[in-house]
Design a protein around this ligand. Sequence first.
Ligand code: 13P
Ligand code: SF4
Length: 372
Amino acid sequence: MNGMMGHNMADSSGEAARLIFTPEVEAETAPVWERLRARMPAVEWPIHAPLIAAINRLKRSKNAVILGHNYMTPEIFHGVADFVGDSLALAREAARTDAKIIVQAGVRFMAETSKVLSPDKTVLIPDLQAGCSLASSITAADVRLIRSRYPGLPVVTYVNTTADVKAETDICCTSGNAVQVVEHIARQWGVDRVVLLPDEFLARNVARQTSIQIIAWAGRCEVHERFTGRQIDELRVMYPHAQVLAHPECPPDVLAASDFAGSTAAMTDYVTRLKPRQVVLITECAMADNVASESPETEFLRPCNLCPHMKRITLTNIYDALRTDRYPVEVDANVAVRARRAVQQMIDLPPPTAPARYDLVKARYHVNVELI
Ligand code: 13P
Ligand code: SF4
């Protein structure tokens, strides 16, 4: 494949780095290409491979680690991430790593969580604009108002929030442990109602899994809110044998119509363990691309939706981040102490023995939630 192809990259300061697809780069990156070749046009590889080789060398020389979310593109996920997983697994890894630098291949709230858990490390986010519609749906002032409206009730926040918001709350959760966290905090406080912010659909889906009453906020994930139960019904007609796996940020009627629901890690586990012949992953598109290389026997069907924030992260900006130490994420020390308490409480819960799944029989019964 080698033709000594070059790749010109200009960083924002106008400097250009020329990385060449040499025989050495080809040999160095051959194991990654093996994983990607079934899903990537060969013509793309000479563009990615020199960046992958350069990033991996920089990581070693700078004692850096790349934490990659499951929604990263395959060349990042398989090529340069040292650790991949769902939001819960990435938070646990950020707390554990002894690397000097963490590059967050994900969105900004994830980088803030890493910084809050590892305040002495440098945490870099390759693109400052990598936001999240859930994180921007609520502010710390909103949480203070909610607390004054619901005195005596614990406030649980999804990790998809800013550090400022986490600092105002009692404990964090992810889609992988939301039911466990809600039940834990209700027991600890001796209450039967819990405020769960800011994802309305996650809150509605959790409410169907527990006897604890849920008070919710009207935040939405712009990727998952677009799926509909009707879309799933239509898929069933077209592909009667396909297994439908949905993320709990989807509307409740989507979960009710699915065969399985869980975090991105739970979906990966389902596909790699059960090897369905045909599967639809009702979530971000990169999931199917990443799981496919582990699951050659499974056919991945559409639909899927792209997260524009996750897609801001590229090999080029990861390379620039490592090369120029940009963009360091800072969290105010007072905020960090309080946010750390909320995240650490979650991390200290016993880790799930298997990725948590949502009970879809319960998911079919309507349960009221109070929307703030
Ligand atoms: P999980 O990986 O925790 O399932 O979260 C999905 C997500 O939307 C992250 O932004
Ligand atoms: Fe936020 Fe949804 Fe994108 Fe995740 S997929 S970063 S929740 S907008």
